[in-house]
Design a protein around this ligand. Sequence first.
Ligand code: ATP
Ligand code: PRP
Length: 213
Amino acid sequence: MATFEGITIALSKGRILKDTLPLLAPLGIEPTENLDTTRKLIIPTTRADVRLLAVRATDAPTYVQHGAADIGVAGKDVLMEHGGEGLYEPLDLGIAKCQLVVAGPKDFDLSGRQRLKVATKYVNVARRHFAAEGRHVDLIKLYGSMELAPLVDLADVIVDLVDTGNTLRANDLEPLVHIADISTRLIANRAALKTKHTAITALINDLKEVLAP
Ligand code: ATP
Ligand code: PRP
């Protein structure tokens, strides 16, 4: 495949996307295809020197880490789970704000259990969180609808995102421990920051201007 000399941006599909595009538009970066309908995964933009990759939210750091994309957009939750290896995180885009929490049945006594069963898609984050408290936990990897797990005794508690709290409330659960504040971050490949320094720095500075004019 021919190398692309410009900047490749990995964009998380899903809920982050609709908030990301308005940040790029003032930089003259608009996809030339409708991202809601196109089946294309490499999408040219109105700037010849910028192209987009449409990737799953969880995969965005991986594309940037390995240099398949020069920069990318990813939730702090996804970055914490990934570990951040090979990545530089220059900018908080301030979108998709929520919290990463341990949640469970109302008034659940976390310290009352010898061996805790924790269902989550954030297994690395959960392991680190409980290890810091000196606890070994049984981790159950899920890919969505974590709130179901305590209701059917798959797990005692979950590690998941909470925003309005509606999902927890609807399932008679509540946040028990705050782990981290989450928002969407701009990430950059450390090597690309050197080889494409001028172009990437200009883009980061332009984005800063959009965020805080
Ligand atoms: P994947 O498609 O890779 O499995 P996903 O389905 O979790 O990921 P989205 O639901 O689109 O992807 O979420 C993308 C990001 O949006 C999350 O990583 C998080 O940073 C943020 N996010 C998720 N849920 C919420 C929420 N309820 N409120 C605010 N932000 C959220
Ligand atoms: C996210 C998260 C919670 C919910 C929290 O799920 O995993 O379930 O949002 O938001 P709330 O506090 O405003 O209710 P999402 O809708 O992305 O579904 P999924 O992760 O289960 O696919």
